[in-house]
Design a protein around this ligand. Structure first.
Ligand code: 6R9
Length: 644
């Protein structure tokens, strides 16, 4: 397999050349005059009430303060809706493709605007005001986007919780940001199955006494118990609401949303994004990285419960007046050709998905792909984890018929949008490399002392200076923000990822270097899984690490020490798996649980994860120095009883 694809040997198009030239030009402009560059982009892209005159006011040292466009005022929903009404009011804003083939829906910009305004008024009627937090626990239906935009319209801060999370995870997130209102649905549909979202919400709310209102959208029509005085049927609520809802005028630095994400320690952090900078970044990157042009059909397969869904299903595409497709289902239902059937059905031009989905589909061979035409496709994208060259190659040749550039977009919940990515037409592409930073982005590779490395380098990935889409704080805990991102390497934003820079200056992300596992593109903190396991009454102690997994990228490997007198059994294994599912959700369930009579610890009691990672990865010949362990014999036991 070639290590790069050179467009000199591919069909080129004037459009690809133009897209690459634009990126190069913008990069040069941002380098020459960063503030002038962002002033222009901000003014051109966003509907401001009051245009900003102060552009950048950021510091990565001391108490860390990040402000962009701080004297500007705006409302995010106006940039996504109102300003399109005149030019494209009757254009489709969202195409909805249901879980069952043959079920679909769509809304125009005008209809979406009306729905958002009605729901915004309904939320006001429930007492929601500017700055209040609203938790959204919804399936992939149009009303999820309506709910987000309705919050934005009245200045409420939404916190979307992925529908795959358990009641316990949901309640933790509601309590942390002190939401008083929850928006959910009766059930979710996924791959022919039902997920009881309302029942989960009821369970979660047993420990959330401050939630005063729950809005329930009827998605499947299942009968669900409604608590009188607290629960409201969405349809009834909006039926009487006015479609006239003047947008709340927000400061650029007023919060837009909170999104919880896993870190290496403790419970998930509430990543806070504000209004002006985030909207500029969402619009800028969606436009540049996908070379989006008006009228094109764009599809991102993420869930709105993750940041990719926020920025690249809702805010970025709608800010750019795009037609964005929302898919309720999964790539393998009813069979592994579903994604490509949907591409043909809706004539999708830009398609954005995760490497784990590509790897899963690849296993089922080419036929489910080649039975479709895919002739509408123009650009392919990936996100969430490093893409292995085999998957890249298959995506490029089989899915894209060797016609469509792949944009491998590196970014994080914290970054708001893409930071390192090719743009269509960039030459050459190298399978597995996210290539070059976007305009205005200043990555650094540092060694373990924090010294920036020049030229070809391998180390930890930091960013030297702020960009508009950067998170501003951890909700309610600014010290944790500083400690997590700015204290490992003073004065730099530390991503938690390792990276290599090659001789062409291309970046290759090598994965997390902290205790975060990337399972199918989703972040899971080892500490969270350990804490879930540790709360089971039979567990004395546990240690959780990631290991290479063919489809998921990384799997979860748990070493569990049982309390004295408790017998290890198959039944207990199942029980622990079920326990983690209940505590956090299906994505956190360990792929492997190994009974560990003891864990490898230093004399000061620190678990040596390096050794546990090696054993899980079956690299038992290179365990390294184990002489500093308090009891080196535990390693022999773990090696000889290694699972799989
Ligand atoms: C957008 C998103 C962030 C972590 C990040 C990194 C990994 C994301 C990647 C990638 C290699 C890419 N990651 N994109 N690794 N190549 N193109 O996924 O946000 O859920 O916060 O995860 O995902 O490890 O640090 P989030």
């Amino acid at each position: 397999m070639p290590d790069h694809v050179d467009y000199a040997s591919q069909p080129t198009s004037p459009r690809l050349t133009e897209s690459a030239a634009r990126a190069a030009r913008l990069r040069a402009e941002a380098t020459a005059d960063l503030e002038g560059f962002w002033k222009r982009e901000a003014t051109d892209r966003i509907a401001w009430v009051k245009e900003p005159t102060k552009i950048k006011n950021t510091r990565f040292d001391g108490d860390v303060s990040i402000k962009w466009f701080e004297d500007g005022t705006l409302n995010a929903s106006v940039s996504c809706l109102d300003r399109h009404l005149e030019t494209r009011g009757d254009q489709t804003a969202i195409i909805w493709e249901g879980d069952e083939p043959g079920t679909q829906d769509s809304v125009t910009y005008r209809e979406l605007h009306a729905r958002v305004c009605k729901f915004a008024n309904a939320l006001k009627g429930l007492g929601v005001t500017k700055g209040d937090r609203v938790t959204i626990y919804m399936p992939m239906v149009i009303e999820a986007a309506v709910a987000m935009l309705a919050c934005a319209r009245i200045g409420a801060i939404h916190s979307v919780v992925f529908g795959g999370f358990s009641p316990q995870s949901l309640s933790g997130r509601i309590l942390d940001c002190k939401s008083s209102v929850v928006i959910t649905s009766d059930e979710a549909r996924r791959g022919g199955r039902r997920v009881p979202l309302k029942a989960n919400t009821d369970e979660a709310l047993k420990t959330c006494p401050d939630v005063t209102a729950v809005v329930v959208v009827a998605v499947t029509g299942a009968t669900v118990p409604m608590v009188a005085g607290r629960d409201h049927d969405y349809a009834a609520l909006v039926a009487d609401a006015s479609a006239d809802c003047p947008p709340e005028e927000m400061g650029a630095e007023d919060p837009l949303f909170i999104l919880y994400t896993s870190g290496s320690t403790g419970s998930p952090k509430g990543v806070l994004h504000t209004t002006g900078g985030y909207m500029v970044w969402a619009s800028f990157t969606h436009d540049l990285v996908f070379d989006y042009r008006p009228g094109e059909i764009y599809w991102c397969t993420a869930d709105v419960g993750w940041v990719t869904g926020h920025t690249y299903i809702v805010y970025g595409p709608l800010a750019n007046g795009a037609t964005t497709l929302m898919f309720e289902g999964v790539p393998t239902y009813p069979d592994s050709g579903r994604l490509w059937d949907v591409v043909d059905k809706h004539k999708v031009e830009i398609f954005y998905t995760a490497p784990t989905a590509i790897r899963a589909l690849m296993r089922d061979g080419d036929e489910p792909v080649t039975r479709s035409s895919r002739s509408s496709l123009r650009v392919l994208g990936t996100v969430g984890e490093p893409i292995n060259p085999e998957a890249w190659e298959w995506y490029y040749t089989v899915v894209g018929d060797s016609r469509c550039p792949i944009v491998d977009t590196w970014w994080q919940t914290e970054t708001g949008g893409h930071l390192i990515s090719p743009v269509p037409g960039m030459n050459p592409l190298k399978p597995g490399s996210a290539t070059l930073p976007l305009p205005g982005v200043t990555p650094l590779i540092v060694d373990s002392n924090g010294t920036p490395l020049e030229g070809e380098a391998d180390g930890h990935l930091c960013i030297a200076d702020s960009w508009p889409g950067q998170m501003r704080t951890v909700f309610g805990d600014h010290d944790r923000f500083i400690k997590t991102y700015f204290s490992t390497y003073k004065g730099l934003y530390f991503s938690g990822d390792g990276a290599r820079r090659d001789a062409d200056g291309y970046y290759w992300i090598t994965g997390r270097v902290d205790d975060v596992i990337n399972v199918s593109g989703h972040r899971m903190g080892t500490a969270e899984v350990e804490s879930a396991l540790g709360s089971h009454h039979h567990v004395a102690e546990s240690a959780v690490v990631g290991y290479p997994h063919d489809v998921k990228g990384q799997g979860i490997y748990a070493y569990v020490t049982l309390k004295h007198g408790v017998e290890a059994s198959e039944a207990l294994l199942k029980e622990l798996a079920g326990w983690v599912r209940k505590e956090i959700g299906p994505i956190a369930v360990p792929d492997v649980i190994q009974w560990a009579p003891g864990l490898p610890k230093t004399r000061s009691g620190k678990i040596m994860r390096r050794i546990l990672r090696k054993i899980a990865a079956n690299e038992v010949d290179s365990l390294g120095d184990t002489s500093t362990l308090a009891d080196p014999a535990v390693v022999d036991d773990l090696v000889s009883n290694r699972k799989k």
